[in-house]
Design a protein around this ligand. Structure first.
Ligand SMILES: NC(=O)c1ccc[n+]([C@@H]2O[C@H](COP(=O)([O-])OP(=O)(O)OC[C@H]3O[C@@H](n4cnc5c(N)ncnc54)[C@H](O)[C@@H]3O)[C@@H](O)[C@H]2O)c1
Ligand SMILES: O=CCCC(=O)O
Length: 528
């Protein structure tokens, strides 16, 4: 194959305590595009972003080119928005807010419901786009479309039910009521691992609350967000209410504007802890309200009283979903010493059954990682563990014959706390198995982390189940299950995994303020 390497998209983010260099070393292929067929080709928006109800280009005319992680081929061109372009989107959202906030919950509910319906009607095309730009197998992509649309359905049901309270006052004659108001223009920033669900999980509640939004799509996977915007356009969402912008190299300046603009009242961010810290620092100048869904390092504990087959199935689901690229993926798998070898053996047997390949290929269970940086991190974690005495019992290697972003689903035994995987989120298909002896010891190990997003454990001892679920320092616990994502369940973390909750009955509150109104001189006797 005639390929050349070039660096596109390189930027450095600096804060006093963190330096990050995000560079994209991408394969530019001279092979022709391999364009998957869509039933409705107009869902694939190239060269344009969605601002004020219109499809627009960047003022500079600049674009960037996301690539299919399976083949390395360019998918299409996307506008490189800078601060000036972003300001136009913010202004549009600001202009739309006064009118949109006066719509009734029922009106917003109907629009969201219609948007949900259109997503489901176009599920196949949306899934095709997700697989194309993210790489996940088509079956997983279809599952993501349903889960993404479910956020619109759920919040369409919440929109008409934004109740306030009546509160008995301490002062005679005073009457207090509270009303919930939309916070205003919101800035939303989402990652590439769920190109549809991460964005609908934010737009759904913001829209239901009556907020207008500027959403920056992920540089790696902007096309799904744009297709969802197109469906919103067909719903007839008023212009300026939803604005979807895109950037790659200009991301830091776009992020800086979103976090410092006095117009934007709230930023909801899903991504890495490092970028979250930077955004929060920037946002302090306007005391912005934030929600942060950040990185995790999930402990997954198997006690010796667990149903072993159930625990293996849970580990497969939690560790290897999206090839290990979800923020709630098990990262440290702790297995009690008496069952350690049999668990490892059973897990290896299941993982051997995986079929790795391109997301459109029939029977493929696991796709590529998103880019070369992800591959490098995964490889580094495996090599580091090996160097420090662990043993790779399954996989452990890149799969260059499939493409440069493929890695074997991997199982490592003999893991210890000194290995990099113990303290860093791998975000890839590597299951590192740690041995433990007692409950007390493993809970301490599990909590020995700066982050606390999800945690899992398997046991059949009822008292232990209550005890450990309450002892784990995380925002979400899976007991005897490896799958905890559900639009009706509050999603979010503690410690440096962030704050705020998405989905559920709490999700809409992130986009509202509570106003209390005190009425004086009420309840006085009638003057006759
Ligand atoms: N807690 C959750 O719900 C959740 C969900 C998915 C991913 N994540 C986390 O996200 C990370 C993986 O995603 P990633 O590597 O793409 O994260 P990332 O932080 O690099 O990027 C996430 C988003 O932030 C944008 N971004 C990057 N720098 C920015 C800046 N200076 N200003 C504004 N926006 C900026 C990116 O373009 C992208 O849209 C992992 O740590 C994972 O755990 C968390
Ligand atoms: O990466 C985020 C996880 C999303 C989910 O599990 O629904």
């Amino acid at each position: 194959m005639n390929t050349i390497f070039k660096i596109i998209g390189r930027y450095t983010i600096r804060s006093s305590s963190h330096n990050f260099t995000i560079s994209s070393l991408r394969k530019a292929s001279s092979m022709p595009h391999n364009v998957p067929k869509l039933k409705d080709q107009s869902l694939l928006k190239t060269n344009v972003a969605y601002v004020n109800g219109e499809w627009v280009k960047a003022q500079s005319g600049k674009t960037f080119e996301p690539e299919d992680p399976s083949s390395g081929k360019i998918i299409g061109h996307v506008p490189e928005f800078d601060a000036a372009d972003t300001q136009k989107a913010i202004d549009a959202a600001y202009a739309a807010f006064p009118s949109f906030k006066t719509t009734t919950g029922r009106e917003r509910s109907k629009m969201l419901r219609k948007w949900f319906d259109l997503m489901m009607e176009n599920a196949e095309d949306l899934a095709t786009i997700i697989t194309w730009e993210n790489g996940k197998p088509l079956t997983d992509a279809k599952g993501e479309v349903t889960s993404a649309a479910n956020f619109f359905e759920w919040f369409s049901e919440e929109a008409p039910r934004c109740y306030g309270d009546t509160i008995p006052a301490s002062i005679p004659g005073n009457r207090i009521v509270t009303i919930k108001e939309p916070i205003g223009v919101c800035g939303l920033i989402t990652p590439w691992n769920f190109p549809a669900a991460m964005i609908t999980r934010k737009i759904g509640p913001a829209f239901a609350a009556g907020c207008t939004v500027v959403a920056k799509s992920p540089g790696e996977t902007p096309f799904t967000a744009l297709a969802i915007a197109e469906l919103g356009h067909r719903v007839g969402i008023p212009k300026g209410v939803i604005n979807i912008i895109s950037s790659l190299d200009k991301t830091p300046e776009v992020g800086e504007l979103m976090t410092t603009s006095p117009i934007i009242k709230k930023v909801s961010f899903t991504g890495s802890t490092g970028v979250g810290k930077l955004l929060m620092k920037q946002g302090s100048s306007t005391l912005k309200k934030f929600s942060f869904e950040l990185g995790g390092n999930a402990p997954f504990i198997v006690f010796d009283d667990a149903d072993l087959d159930m625990a293996v199935a849970g580990a497969v689901a939690s560790k290897f979903r999206s090839s290990g690229q979800t923020c709630v993926c098990a990262n440290r798998i702790y297995v009690q010493s008496t069952i350690y070898d049999s668990f490892a053996e059973k897990l290896a047997a299941k993982v051997k059954e995986f079929k790795v390949g391109g997301g459109y290929t029939e029977g493929v269970t696991h796709g590529p990682l998103i880019h070369d940086r992800a591959i490098s991190k995964v490889d580094a974690h495996v090599r580091d563990a090996e160097k420090k005495g662990a043993k790779v019992i399954q996989g452990g290697q890149k799969l260059p014959d499939l493409g440069s972003n493929f890695f074997q689903p991997t199982i490592i035994t003999g893991m210890t706390s000194e290995m990099d995987l113990a303290s860093e989120e791998t975000f890839g298909p590597v299951a590192g198995l740690f041995k433990f002896e007692t409950e007390d010891e493993v809970v301490k190990l599990a909590n020995d982390s700066e982050v606390g997003l999800a945690g899992y454990f398997f046991s059949r001892d009822l008292q232990r189940i209550y005890r450990v679920a309450e002892d784990l320092e995380v925002g979400m616990v899976g007991v005897n299950t490896g799958l905890i994502s559900d639009p009706v369940s509050p999603f979010g973390g503690v410690k440096e995994s962030g704050f705020g909750r998405e989905g559920s009955m709490y999700g809409i509150g992130e986009y509202q303020t509570i106003k209390s109104i005190t009425y004086g001189g009420m309840g006085q006797p009638l003057q006759r």
